[in-house]
Every structure is written in C-alpha cells, then in structure tokens.
Design a protein around this ligand. Structure first.
Ligand SMILES: Cc1cc2nc3c(=O)[nH]c(=O)nc-3n(C[C@H](O)[C@H](O)[C@H](O)COP(=O)(O)OP(=O)(O)OC[C@H]3O[C@@H](n4cnc5c(N)ncnc54)[C@H](O)[C@@H]3O)c2cc1C
Length: 412
C-alpha cells in the first residue's frame, strides 16, 4: 500500500491523538523518549515481535552521553557499558601513538569518553524506559502499510503481522495522528510511500568482524591497526570478549572463525581463540541520504534518513542527534499551535529538516576519512608517518580525538 491509497474505514482517533513513531529500533525508541521529555505524547508501532539479538552498534559518543543523562538513563548505561578513555594506533609491529578521548574535556565535553554498549542491550534499556512511562506505549507485531497526509493531520494504516497459520487476513487499522515519524531503518517503507529519493551508493570497501574471548577486557583499550594488509580494529566488549574487525579485499560470504583469526594473526601478530568465537559476519558499507527529511507532517529519522559508513561507529549516534533536534522542534511547533492545527494547514519547515544537513555532511565526511585511512595503499609508510606525527603533537592529537568522539558537530 502507498501514500494516499484508500483503505477500509475503521476506528480513527479524535483530536490531540499522540504522534506515531514507526520502528522500535534504537532511534525510534530514543525519539519517543526525547518527545516525552519535551512533554509530547507519542506511541510506537513496530512490526517485529522479538527483540534483536545482535550487537551491531557498539560506541556511544560524548554528545549522546549528555542526552542520555538528560533522559535520566546514563547511570543505567554506565552499569553495563565499558568506558573507553583512549585508543591506540598501531601498525601491527609498533605503536604509532595514542588518542586520548579525555582531552576532549578541553573542548567542553562533559563525558569525555566513548561508552561501549551493544545495540541489543541499548534497545532493551530504551524499551524498558519507554514502557515504564505507561502501558501500551509500543505496539509490537504491527506493520505500517501506508498513510494519507491530509495537511492538518495524517491517517496511518497498519495491520498486525500476518500469522501464516491463521486463515483470516489481518484487518487494516486507521489511526489519526498530528505527525508521523518514520524510524523504520535504511529500507524505510514510509520513505518509499512518500516517494522521497534516497541518494547515495555503496563503497567498494568490505569487512569481516567477529567476537572472541578476551580475559583482559575491559582493561585493554581499543586498537586501530593501520597495516600494509589493510585495517584491523579491536574493541573490548561486554562479557570479557573482544570485537575484531578486518578490512577484506572482497566480500566474504561465509567467513569462518579460524580464517578470521589467521588473517588477524598475519596482520598484527595476535591470534584470537577461534574455537570460542561467538559471532562472525561480513558487511559492505554504503552512504545514503534522503532528499527530504520532512514532507509536511512526515519526518524521516535515523537510518531512514541517512546511512554513513560504520567505520568509526557513528550511525546510531547520528540518528539520536537528529531525533533530539526533532523533539525540540516539535515542542516549538506545539507551543506555536501548529501540532494540533484546527485547520488543514501544513506545518512549517523545521530546523531538523533544514539545518541538520550540515551535521549529516560532517559525520559522513569523518566516516569517509576513517574508511580511507584503513585502505591499503602503496604509500602505507607515509600514512603511518602522518598518523604518528598527528598523534605526537598535542593540538592535532586532540583534534583527532574530537573527530572520533563526534565532538564539535554543527548541532543547534
Ligand atoms: C556492522 C555495523 C556496526 C555498526 N556500529 C555502529 C556503532 O558502533 N555506533 C553507531 O552509532 N552506529 C553503528 N552502526 C549503525 C547502527 O547500527 C544503525 O545506524 C542503527 O541501527 C539505526 O537505527 P534505526 O532505529 O534508525 O534503524 P533500525 O535499527 O533498522 O530499526 C528500524 C526498525 O523499524 C522497524 N520497521 C521497519 N519497517 C516497519 C514498518 N513498516 N512498520 C513497523 N515497523 C517497521 C524494524 O523492524 C526495526 O525494528 C553499525 C552498523 C553496522 C551494520
């Protein structure tokens, strides 16, 4: 079903209905909590029935730690997360230098460290915080299949995910809402229904990652190895494990732990215990940006609006920064009487829809730089020398720490 396709009538809520957020991924949940903090009612529709189990996104950066503090959630995150104050740059044979994240205190960071917190646990914590606000805040197993924007409000069409054992087809439900916020991921159906272009392309770069036991965690810091065979990264993660990521020449469709362990050994001399590898997968990277983040009362947030290379770990954090900005904009719209408009008037462009572009551009630029530094090059020695010099001069080392911690972004 697409935007503006008629569906059978069912119950439509009256005035002052809550905002609908589509998707209970990390950005949808964060969006909902940010709206509540601003006193705006909302609820989430999520088509999944089960929580995700993978640890995809690991790093939470200082600007987002400030936001978690405002939401009253930072202490919960600190309980399970691993605090990382510095990273080591290495070439596989010798240390090139250290990046001290604590130096970002000088540029005003209140929490000058990166918190390693796996995405599945991040989602679980945000979900608990949101459902603690009140009952029926998230409808699971509910897929949004279309919507109609009537200028002054939106009617959302959804249905319960079909049980293949049930002979009856699911009934289409209608919900009236003043605003529809699509946090439905990079393949956003709502973006497609609204015919908004998603511009970008895949990068040629491919990677394989795996989680291995590491009894030294969390004492040992993250390492970024710039080697002649390509990038290797390793981070401490929960439960005394370590995440290893290597750049590969081609996409490895069926990577095996012993192969990954051997490749790491060849590049950096370490041999993670492949017999106890708990996760292994390969991924390609891409960058995309929606041509619009606002179309009257529809907003795209998170991966639905932008995808950057995950090298440097900024994608979810960028989604949170956008959600935070949008929550501030929604409060202003509400105060000016635009949210529950008595007329059928469209709402004005928000700061999120116009100014947030510069934040996405800067984050994408940093992610691109991280990725380029990890590529093989004939002048690898020059790249290593460049990093060594950068890290040996305090002001440039601090600049690098700022880039890696998402500091000094042009947020409002
Ligand atoms: C290997 C890897 C490592 C990464 N590491 C980091 C990192 O360290 N730091 C970082 O910041 N980011 C990282 N990222 C990026 C991060 O994982 C994503 O940016 C993040 O998951 C985006 O969250 P989201 O909520 O926007 O989308 P998603 O996580 O995709 O969630 C979308 C949700 O919407 C639901 N949905 C979809 N369509 C509908 C519909 N029609 N109706 C109802 N529900 C629907 C889906 O079921 C899903 O739950 C990494 C990504 C990868 C691939």
């Amino acid at each position: 079903m697409r935007e503006n396709v008629a569906v059978p009538k069912s119950e439509v809520a009256g005035n002052n209905a809550p905002i609908i957020v589509v998707g209970a991924g990390p950005v949808g949940l964060f969006q909902a909590l940010s709206l509540y903090l601003k006193g705006i009612e909302c609820f989430i529709m999520e088509r999944r029935n089960a929580a995700i189990s993978d640890t995809r996104s690991l790093g939470i950066h200082p600007p987002c730690l400030d936001m978690l503090e405002e939401l009253g959630l930072l202490s919960e995150f600190l309980k399970k997360g691993i605090r990382v104050d510095k990273g080591i740059a290495h070439n596989g044979r010798k240390k090139l230098g250290e990046i001290n994240f604590s130096s970002t205190q000088l540029s005003g960071q209140k929490h000058p460290y990166i918190l390693i917190h796996p995405q599945n646990e991040t989602e679980a914590l945000l979900k608990r915080a949101f459902t603690d606000i009140g009952p029926n805040k998230i409808q699971y197993g509910c897929e949004v299949i279309g919507f109609q924007d009537h200028g002054g409000h939106v009617v959302v069409h959804s249905q319960m995910v079909h049980d293949p054992l049930s002979p009856a087809s699911p009934k289409v439900q209608e919900h009236k809402t003043p605003m529809l916020i699509a946090c439905d991921g990079k393949n956003s159906a709502l973006r497609t229904y609204a015919a908004i272009q998603y511009n970008g392309r895949p990068y040629p770069d491919t990677y394989t990652m795996g989680d291995f036991p590491d009894p030294d965690t969390p004492q040992s810091p993250p390492f970024v190895y710039i080697t002649s065979e390509g990038l290797v990264e390793s981070f401490p993660i929960a439960d005394q494990k370590r995440r290893w990521v290597i750049k590969t020449d081609h996409y490895q469709s069926n990577p095996q732990p012993a192969w990954l362990s051997e490749a790491i050994h060849k590049r950096v001399g370490e041999m993670p215990d492949s017999s106890n590898c708990t996760m292994i997968s390969s991924f390609g990277v891409q960058h995309h940006r929606a041509a619009l983040r606002q179309k009257n009362r529809l907003f795209l947030v998170g991966d639905a609006a932008h995808v950057v290379s995950p090298i440097g770990g900024q994608g979810m954090n960028l989604g949170w920064l956008g959600a935070w900005q949008l929550a501030k904009d929604v409060k202003k719209l509400h105060e000016k009487g635009f949210l529950y408009s008595p007329s059928e008037n469209p709402i004005p462009a928000t700061s999120y829809s116009s100014d947030f572009d510069s934040v996405i551009t800067e984050v994408a630029r940093r992610a691109h730089w991280n990725m380029r530094m990890g590529r093989k090059s004939k002048l690898q020695w020059l790249k290593q020398l460049f990093i060594q010099i950068l890290l040996s001069i305090p002001p440039s080392s601090r600049k690098l720490a700022e880039r890696f911690t998402m500091s000094n972004l042009p947020t409002k």
